[in-house]
Ligand binder design. Structure first.
Ligand code: FAD
Length: 289
């Protein structure tokens, strides 16, 4: 089923994310985690794509199994910066053959030590979106950045590029993680003013590993509010306490989003069924109200 049709439905839509195995050895473990997350009956599940394109086959395989074995609609991520246009075309063809209807079209991070863009490669996600549109009847999602993408000189410029990307054929957007909901609300105001009308799924990251999070935030430029830094400082070296506090923070963020009228929320569940389940438990009555 196409995600744009799911999002048109009544009620709250919660989606989860898994990443594909990097090696064949971990394939079964990833599938098992995906199965446990699927049993929580999310609106859909997304499957990330390896930065260098190396795990593309596993993205397609896991996305297919989520649909066929667990009967949950899947969203296959697809990055284009490290692959030739022909390689990308082949991945799109294999998604089409397997009946995957939803693609999250991404550029991917620019690899180090290359002259960008490489010959016969893509430069921006908008170019990939145009190609996917030509290749079949897909529902296409794309990324957006409430705090601005790291490469963009200003947020205004980033939103202009986002508008162009959406006009190339995007059906919905998923945001980069953020830890302060007021950043999301002002971003939504600005993109609506810029004429971007497609559904936007805020991306919520339940932080259960403090060290990893500090590194990711430094790379992506995500702001850590004081309230969240206090949690990392106090519980960062106590894994069980960090897990509990990180999940509570995420649930709190989601409840605030729902209370402010947001119906569609994506959770970066990162192959952790226990985290996904704890979040759904924390929302059990809220999503019924
Ligand atoms: P684009 O939309 O192409 O934007 C990249 C930069 O180029 C921005 O600064 C933008 O302002 C600028 N730009 C765009 N168009 C133009 C133009 N016409 N002229 C000048 N500048 C322009 N990475 C992975 O490797 N695998 C994943 O599975 C993955 N999943 C993700 C999921 C989500 C929800 C998000 C938010 C990110 C994800 N990423 C993933 C990371 C993403 O690949 C990087 O953030 C990447 O650097 C940008 O990708 P994009 O599709 O947003 O790029």
């Amino acid at each position: 089923m196409k995600i744009k049709d799911i999002l048109r439905g009544e009620g709250i839509h919660i989606s989860f994310e898994v990443f594909p195995p990097k090696t064949e050895d971990s394939y079964d473990a990833v599938l098992e985690a995906a199965g446990e997350i699927a049993s929580l009956q999310p609106a859909f599940m997304s499957v990330t794509y390896g930065a260098g394109g190396g795990t593309s086959r596993n993205t397609v395989r896991i996305a297919t199994r989520i649909e066929e074995d667990f009967q949950v609609p899947s969203l296959a991520h697809l990055t284009c910066v490290s692959s030739t246009r022909e390689e990308v075309r082949q991945v799109i063809a294999s998604l089409r053959e397997r009946g995957i209807e939803n693609i999250l079209a991404l550029r991917g991070d620019i690899p180090e030590d290359v002259t960008f863009p490489l010959p016969h490669h893509y430069r921006y996600a908008s170019e990939l979106i145009e190609d996917i549109r030509r290749e079949g009847d897909f529902c296409i999602g794309a990324a957006c950045y409430p705090e601005g993408h790291v490469e963009a000189a200003t947020q205004k410029e980033d939103i202009l590029h986002l508008k162009h990307k959406v006009d190339c054929g995007v059906d919905f957007l998923t945001t980069q993680m953020f830890f302060d909901n007021s950043i999301l609300y002002s971003f939504l105001y600005r993109i609506r003013e810029a004429g971007i009308t497609v559904p936007v799924l805020p991306g919520i990251m339940p932080v259960t590993n403090a060290k990893q999070m500090k590194r990711i935030c430094a790379l992506s430029g995500t702001v850590l509010p004081q309230r969240f830094r206090a949690i990392l400082d106090l519980f960062g070296d106590h894994p069980a306490a960090m897990e509990q506090a990180g999940i509570a923070y995420a649930v709190d963020q989601i409840i605030d989003l729902i209370a402010n009228g947001i119906q569609d929320i994506h959770i970066y569940s990162m192959n952790r069924p226990r985290t996904a389940r704890a979040i759904m438990d924390g929302l059990s009555e809220v999503i019924k109200a």
